[in-house]
Design a protein around this ligand. Structure first.
Ligand code: ADP
Length: 158
């Protein structure tokens, strides 16, 4: 059975991420969304909160799993025995970083492959960062995130 892991910060998960997950789900029999603890940044949502929201969004599909991780992707792959990663690409600006990440992982473990899915045009300018900024200033995020995430963001800033 072909499985893949979609790792990321998902702080918060946006409609762009969801689109990537749904499309990946058509290509793989099981997709594991791996939520990074990300100790470098002070997150908007804790990783427990991020994991919980994503699990709720995909609760109807048992073939979409949600896990938390901290540490290296190469270890994540080994622990789960899944060596295919999915990443999304928006503009060329994503490419440099994603290329470095994919090459580094491949160097660390040759079994690892990264599959890139191009964003849908309508999500090409959408990032978690922009959504966080909007929410902090009480802007309308309803076009960018699912209702559950919008609700939780509002709750955080009030
Ligand atoms: P990270 O901090 O690991 O980059 P993100 O949560 O920001 O985690 O993103 C996870 C993955 O999803 C990355 O490959 C990123 O390029 C991709 N991604 C983010 N936003 C979008 C979007 N709007 N459309 C497609 N892919 C996206």
């Amino acid at each position: 059975m072909k499985k893949a892991i979609y790792p990321g910060s998902f702080d918060p998960i946006t409609n762009g991420h969801i689109d990537i997950i749904r499309r990946a789900r058509k290509m793989f029999e099981e997709v594991t969304v791996a939520v990074a603890k990300n100790p470098d940044k002070k997150p908007f949502f804790s990783y427990e909160e991020r994991e919980k929201m994503i699990s709720q969004i995909f609760e109807d599909d048992p073939k979409i799993k949600v896990i938390k991780y901290s540490g290296l992707l190469v270890d994540l792959a080994k622990e789960n025995n899944i060596y295919t990663f999915i990443r999304g690409l928006r503009a060329v600006t994503d490419f440099d970083y994603e290329f470095q990440l994919a090459m580094t992982n491949k160097t660390l473990n040759d079994k690892i492959d990264t599959v890139f899915l191009m964003t849908e045009g309508k999500y090409s300018y959408l990032s978690s960062n922009v959504v966080r900024q909007l929410a902090k200033f009480k802007g309308d995020v309803s076009s960018f995130v699912p209702p559950l995430v919008e609700f939780e963001m509002k709750r955080k800033v009030t």
